[in-house]
Design a binder for this molecule. Structure first.
Ligand code: GTP
Ligand code: MG
Length: 183
């Protein structure tokens, strides 16, 4: 539907929105492409800081996937970073159509302060959240299971592993997303 650098022009219709949030380079745009079954829908890059606007993708004319800029990327100039933070914050707050947030966490890293802040925000604002543990192809099964339990136990949110390479987790995640939308 479009890319937005300020929130005054973004779609205002009542269709539900699923947000994709997480640290820069964690795999948000890749996940969106995989779920949509399209290789180049959202722009992917190995350089962190690729997504700089809020991007709305209308799916089956029914709901939106919303790809958000990543946070915590050190090399972005401070002024630019503050702009993104404001943009993402204003998107997340005061948005009745946001019915679920996918919080992406790299399976090899521990959640940082920004991740934890987002988890707190989801709880305070009563936005159903799902942790998507990305790049699951990088860990063996034992380590991956430990990671999933760690996130669920520490933060009390359901976690689903995901790999864009193997497709691991795709069906489980789609089912969870459709559950959110049908609620
Ligand atoms: P920003 O837009 O900068 O916030 O990043 P992003 O979170 O949208 O990440 P993006 O999808 O652009 O992917 C970042 C890098 O991670 C790319 O090089 C992807 O190919 C790689 N990547 C994404 N998902 C996976 C995965 O499941 N496995 C592996 N091995 N690499 C992945
Ligand atoms: Mg991106």
């Amino acid at each position: 539907m479009g890319s937005f650098f300020t929130l005054d022009q973004h779609p205002r219709d009542q269709r539900p929105q699923i947000g994709f949030a997480g640290r820069s380079n964690v795999g948000k745009s890749s996940l969106l492409n995989k779920l949509a079954g399209r290789k180049k829908l959202a722009k992917v890059s190995s350089t962190p800081g690729k997504t700089r606007s809020i991007n709305f993708f209308l799916v089956n004319d029914r709901f939106y996937f919303v790809d958000l800029p990543g946070y915590g990327f050190a090399k972005v100039p401070k002024v630019e970073k503050e702009k993104w933070v404001k943009l993402v914050e204003s998107y997340l707050t005061d948005n009745p159509n946001l019915i679920g947030l996918l919080l992406l966490l790299d399976c090899r890293r521990d959640p940082n302060d920004d991740d934890e802040q987002l988890i707190d925000w989801m709880k305070v604002n009563d936005i159903p959240g799902l942790a998507v543990i990305t790049k699951a192809d990088k860990l063996n099964r034992d380590k991956l299971n430990r990671k999933l339990h760690q996130i669920e136990n520490n933060y009390g949110i359901a976690s689903i592993p995901f790999s864009t390479i193997s497709g691991h987790g795709k069906n489980e995640l789609l089912t969870a997303i459709f559950d959110l939308i049908n609620k």
